[in-house]
Design a protein around this ligand. Structure first.
Ligand SMILES: [Zn+2]
Ligand SMILES: [Zn+2]
Length: 245
C-alpha cells in the first residue's frame, strides 16, 4: 500500500497547503483518510476525484472534515456527468448521522458512521479502529496489508493505552501538535513532542511521521525533541511525502 501526505497542518492550512488529509492506495482502491481544509484541492495533484472509492473521517473537527461537503458536491456532479460510476463511501467516526447532519447521503456519496469496535476487510486491507482521547469522538485507525501495518493516531492526548494500538507499526503517523515546552498539551486534547517520543519508544514503530503540526516555532525541532526519547527513524510530514509499505 502507498500513503501520500496531503496535509500536515493542524487547525488551518498555510498558503496553498492543507490540514489533515492522506491518500491511501492499494489494489486499485484510492482512499482518503481525513478531508481537512485544502485537502480537496491538493488530492487532485495525485488522483481524479471520481477515482476515490472511500473516505474515512476520524472526527468532526473542521481541520479534519472541512472539505467533505465540497467533495460530496464533486461526487454529485461527477455522477451527473457519468464520470463517477459508484458512489463514494464516506465513513465518519461517531454515532449514526441525523437528518439535520450537514454531511448526509446524497447522489454520488453515501454517508455511514464508524465506531471503535468495527473491523473492515476492504480489498485485501484489514482495518481496525481505536477511540482516541480528544474533545469529541475521534477514531485512530490501523490498516494491515500483507503483514505491513500503518497506524494513524488522528487527534489525541497521550494515554498509555495508545501504545498497544501503535505497537510495532511499520509506519506510525502521529499527531505532534506542540513542542516539548508546552506541557499541558493534554488540556487541548493533543500531544507534545516529548509525549510522542514516549509513545514511540514504547510502541517501537519502524518509522514515525510527525503530523498535525503547529504554526509557530521551528517544526524541524519537533524531530529533535522526539528523538530525545526515541532512537528510531523520525520524519516530519510534508505535502507530497510518500510511504510505500
Ligand atoms: Zn485536528
Ligand atoms: Zn480534533
Amino acid at each position: 500500500m502507498r500513503l501520500t501526505v496531503l496535509g500536515p497542518w493542524g487547525a488551518y492550512p498555510t498558503a496553498g497547503e492543507a490540514t489533515a488529509g492522506y491518500l491511501l492506495e492499494h489494489n486499485g482502491q484510492k482512499i482518503l483518510l481525513d478531508c481537512g481544509s485544502g485537502v480537496l484541492s491538493v488530492v487532485q495533484k495525485y488522483v481524479k476525484l471520481e477515482e476515490l472509492s472511500t473516505a474515512f473521517i476520524s472526527h468532526r473537527h473542521h481541520d479534519h472534515i472541512a472539505d467533505l461537503g465540497c467533495l460530496q458536491y464533486a461526487c454529485l456532479i461527477d455522477s451527473d456527468l457519468d464520470k463517477r460510476r459508484d458512489p463514494l463511501q464516506i465513513y465518519i467516526g461517531g454515532e449514526a448521522v441525523s437528518e439535520s447532519d450537514p454531511y448526509r447521503t446524497m447522489k454520488g456519496s453515501v454517508v455511514h458512521s464508524v465506531l471503535e469496535n468495527d473491523i473492515w476487510n476492504l480489498h485485501g486491507m484489514e482495518w481496525s479502529f481505536f477511540k482516541t482521547f480528544h474533545e469529541v469522538y475521534c477514531l485512530g485507525v490501523k490498516i494491515i496489508v500483507d503483514n505491513k501495518t500503518l497506524v494513524y493516531t488522528a487527534d489525541t492526548y497521550f494515554d498509555e493505552s495508545l501504545i498497544r494500538f501503535c505497537k510495532d507499526a511499520d509506519v506510525l503517523i502521529v499527531e505532534t501538535s506542540f513542542y516539548a515546552d508546552i506541557q499541558n498539551a493534554r488540556q487541548y486534547g493533543h500531544m507534545n513532542s516529548m509525549e510522542v517520543g514516549q509513545l514511540a519508544k514504547m510502541a517501537n514503530p519502524g518509522k514515525v511521521v510527525l503530523t498535525h503540526l503547529p504554526h509557530f516555532g521551528n517544526t524541524a525541532s519537533l524531530v529533535e525533541e522526539v528523538k530525545q526519547n526515541y532512537s528510531g527513524e523520525v520524519v516530519l510530514a510534508k505535502s507530497g511525502l510518500v510511504f510505500d509499505l
